[in-house]
Design a protein around this ligand. Structure first.
Ligand code: FAQ
Length: 325
């Protein structure tokens, strides 16, 4: 039961110019593409790539926060964090299921992750050093995730778009709880304020990197926009995030660690927006290629969990076979 995708897509439609034009017409008319519909191989491949990376990000993303469940400062904080981490696990499962409708199995996707062949979001390769990091992740990382994911609710591929609707509702609660943790620390003792500022300093730039490389270096954006998988470019979403997060930092008297931050009235078609200092793209690519500070630990933890869960998968498969007979 873990060895194949939900649907067999081995018989592909021949990709004549007429077929490709008719497919693009459906996309342009905002029709949703569903699992049984014929689709170009490259469309399927792009979706499998993006959705599986997204699923892995949710699952690996449980690790930095899971690290603080046993050390949350109060019972209430612990219960909230526990619920949040469980939500991320659920998001991973919806997304693996959405990818399975395209003809890849969860086993294949997991193997690609464990062999280091599949990507997951760069952000989860940084360590969570203090409790304030939990606030910063909720506020900034979930904040960036929502900015990227709300447009995905309108993605042309039906199962992905529908999965994103529930995910976004939960991410929005996550963002609020993170901001509330930061607000509480920012209003607390000097040590607590310093801890919040330190977390913001460390998570700010990696959060901006989450949106992916600048548009000029993004290999997939143009085609993904044509197919309405992506509705905004990486830089457009990064800009939206900046414009939302900066007033939030000001509201709780924390300082964004960017000396070049400026209000620029020309941005956003003359409505104005914040321009930022240079992003260290070398660091981004190093982390994406597996050189992040926590990269090895993250994969080791996932491998341990996968190996530890083998008996459950074996038992479930044996039971499913018995029921089928
Ligand atoms: N990290 O051509 P583009 C979350 C890769 S969920 C690693 O611009 P694309 C919830 C990219 O794959 C966070 N790799 O690519 C949570 C491509 O390589 P490839 C995850 C990255 O796909 C919160 C290459 O660079 N969200 O946080 C990254 O058009 C708290 C060139 O890039 C999603 O996955 C990166 N940051 O745009 C959980 C959303 N950026 O594949 C727990 C869905 C780029 O050709 C706690 N994904 N790369 O070998 C997307 O929207 C897109 O895939 C982008 C990248 C925007 C991430």
């Amino acid at each position: 039961m873990y060895t194949q995708g939900l649907l067999d897509h081995s018989e592909e439609t021949e990709e004549t110019p007429e077929f490709l034009a008719a497919f693009q017409k459906r996309i342009d008319q905002e029709e949703k593409i569903e699992p049984h519909d014929p689709m170009p191989r490259a469309y399927r491949k792009t979706l499998i790539r993006q959705i599986s990376q997204h699923a892995h990000s949710e699952i690996v993303g449980m690790l930095p926060e899971g690290n603080w469940i046993t050390r949350a400062p109060t019972l209430k904080r612990k219960a909230v964090l526990l619920a949040k981490v469980q939500d991320e696990g659920g998001h991973g499962l919806y997304l693996y299921a959405a990818a399975e409708t395209l003809g890849i199995s969860r086993l294949e996707m997991t193997e690609q992750l464990l062999k280091g062949e599949a990507k997951y979001s760069s952000i989860f390769n940084y360590p969570t050093l203090t409790w304030a990091d939990i606030g910063a992740i909720g506020w900034l990382v979930d904040g960036a995730a929502i900015m990227n994911q709300i447009p995905l609710c309108r993605c042309s591929y039906g199962p992905y778009a529908r999965a994103m609707i529930k995910i976004c509702k939960e991410e929005s609660f996550h963002q609020r709880q993170g901001y509330e943790v930061m607000m509480t620390l920012a209003e607390g003792s000097k040590e607590q304020r310093d801890m919040a500022q330190d977390a913001l300093n460390r998570w700010w730039w990696p959060s901006l990197m989450m949106f992916g490389p600048p548009d000029t270096e993004s290999s997939n954006t143009d085609q993904s926009m044509k197919w309405k998988i992506k509705r905004f470019t990486n830089d457009q979403l990064r800009q939206k995030f900046l414009d939302a997060a900066i007033p939030q930092a000001k509201r709780i008297n924390l300082t964004i660690p960017d000396k070049n931050l400026k209000w620029n009235k020309k941005l956003n078609n003359g409505r104005g927006g914040y321009s930022h200092g240079p992003i260290d793209w070398e660091e981004f690519w190093r982390v994406v290629k597996g050189g992040g500070p926590m990269a090895r630990d993250r994969l080791r933890a996932r491998k341990k969990a996968w190996d530890g869960g083998k008996w459950v998968r074996d038992a479930a498969t044996a039971y499913a076979r018995k029921v089928k007979r």
